[in-house]
Design a protein around this ligand. Sequence first.
Ligand code: COA
Length: 388
Amino acid sequence: MRDVTVIGVGLTKFGELWDKSFRQLIAEAGAKAILDSGIEGKEIDAMYVGSMSSGRFVGQEHVGALVADASGFSNTHIPSTRIESACASGGLAIRQGYLSIASGMNDIVVVGGMEKMNDVVGASATETLATAADQEWEAFFGATFPGLYAMIATKHMHDYGTTKEQLAQVAVKNHANGALNPYAQYQREITLEQVMNATTVAYPLGLLDCSPVTDGAASIILCTTDKAKDYINKPVKIIGSGQASDSLALHARREICTLDSTVYASKMAYKQANLTPKDIDLAEVHDCFTIAEICAIEDLGFVKKGEGGKAIENKITTRDGPLPVNTSGGLKSKGHPVGATGVAQIIEIVLQLQGRAEKRQVKDAKIGLAHNVGGSGASCTVHILEAM
Ligand code: COA
């Protein structure tokens, strides 16, 4: 296998983007990444793009071809592939781009992710997202993603004594980080009281325990490490790539508070990188709901099972703590345009490892991890990156 490196990144603003179309978003993110890397369009061998449900959100399928067309590559006929794995579509697009270079098939690829979720009304967005749950066992009976994660949260509180305050502290921390991110949907701090008193969405999760409904796109340029020195940015190497799956429905899992797809995908990535959780300097984890971040830091091996709530309370994961988590603001504050999220997570890690994260910059970070989950945990990707 050949080594693979990120040489450029590009992000649109995340939020309610009424003045931009689906195709404009991905073209903007892709163009920014190409400019950032210094490559020329003719050097690109292939494109991989993550999108969860463009057919339902904007009525557009055939997204691989659309992205090549919108980016001005229709007359060069480059291969362009759409990847879908629910909210992990972006992470999986990166893994596919990574494998295509590692295998020797391609030298330079563009990986993108996007979703435009606000063109439909809220109830329709909730229903579309629920297509990633098990239709026969969950969605048919009215389960939504806030509802499914609320069940995980309730069980976590029962089994480990995790409190609603500890859940709220995840949101407070991530909004404090998002307030410093010019690309975030919510660039504002929130207080513990605001989170605790927010309208209940599905007990124990309130409005401010949930990631929002977001429009946005993200793109990165991947290149074989041998060639990376020819380009302008400090290269960041992908040293571990893991992927795993699990049963679609929560009830069929071994244990609902542990996302085994996270456990297995991270083991695969740690093994390839020859590292342990202790070696990670910072992480972007999939905090679609506050409980999801608590489960993630446990399942990735950063803390023992059941101790995630205490770790948040003890400020282990704040920007100036021993293991900064979600310095971008996470899905909670930066926003969660589902197909774009996995790519945007890698962008934050790359910016941090290159020393380009501006007001959010963490000191001396050398190794970062990105964790992207599909649905309630039926799919997961984990990538580990190292500054070269
Ligand atoms: N975090 C912070 N603020 C939020 C928010 C969120 N998640 N969602 C909405 N808001 C704000 C809005 O900006 C708005 O503020 P304003 O009145 O000052 O403009 C206000 O709260 C009401 O927004 P609205 O859009 O009417 O909320 P809603 O009730 O339609 O939607 C949720 C709220 C939580 C139901 C929706 O954001 C949601 O479904 N989130 C989960 C998405 C999801 O499941 N993703 C997949 C995960 S696997």
